[in-house]
Design a protein around this ligand. Sequence first.
Ligand code: NAP
Length: 247
Amino acid sequence: MLILGGTSEATALARALTGRMDIAASLSLAGRTRAPAAQPLPTRIGGFGGIEGLATYLRHDRIDVLVDATHPFATQISRHAREAARLTHCSLIALTRSAWQPQRGDDWHEVEDMDGAVTALGETPQRVFLTVGRLQLAAFAKAPRHHYLVRTIDPVDDHGLPGATFIEARGPFDAVAEERLMRDHRIDILVTKNSGGEAAAGKLHAARALGFPVILVRRPEQGGTAMGVAEAIAAIKAHRASARRGV
Ligand code: NAP
């Protein structure tokens, strides 16, 4: 079995499968973060070289279950996983997080993309907490009137955001610490992607408690029903059972 990872759910799934004698599982990371979190399964790092590259890997390692546990915004690898699984007749299990939904007291503004988020920030200078990932910062360079507090996992070298404050941290983040951080930096507004999941939800709870608005970049539509780690394990077990019966 191969897990396409890079998320806390992938790590949780890897942990749940560690030590099982009936499943030879390994994990794949894209290699975006400089020091990836330690993983409990054998791990390979780097792209496969498109759909064909992934299909070749699946055949070579005789993978019969491919688990797509990548981030909801990582649409390319998920498309590659679907295609490569089809080409190699490999079973595909896709972990799908539910998008975050607004709750009472939320002041959310949904936008399609990063440019939409920049527009939604408006003309009046604001103190913005930006948690969109290191590779998505360029759009905000067009609105230097705002002050940005940027949180990323790795340091950001070439950001085009003079005067911004940078912090490096890896989730999960709890709501109390998020609230403290936003108070300390006198934040007016949060910009984030609607990634869903628990590990990153603390900032939304904090924004609600502090009563300030959130600009949410809508997630790309990838289809499929929500499947968490527990459901994925059940699906893997069901696959094992049917393989043993020769179904
Ligand atoms: P992407 O745009 O969907 O994929 C770009 C390329 O990166 C893929 O075509 C593939 O290269 C390679 N790749 C992606 N995930 C891989 C994996 N798990 N193992 C091996 N190769 C992988 O992906 P992305 O948005 O850049 O995300 C990259 C990684 O960061 C993913 O593992 C994702 O789970 C994680 N992540 C992404 C976000 C986000 O907001 N996008 C947030 C948190 C974590 P080849 O075509 O050469 O195979």
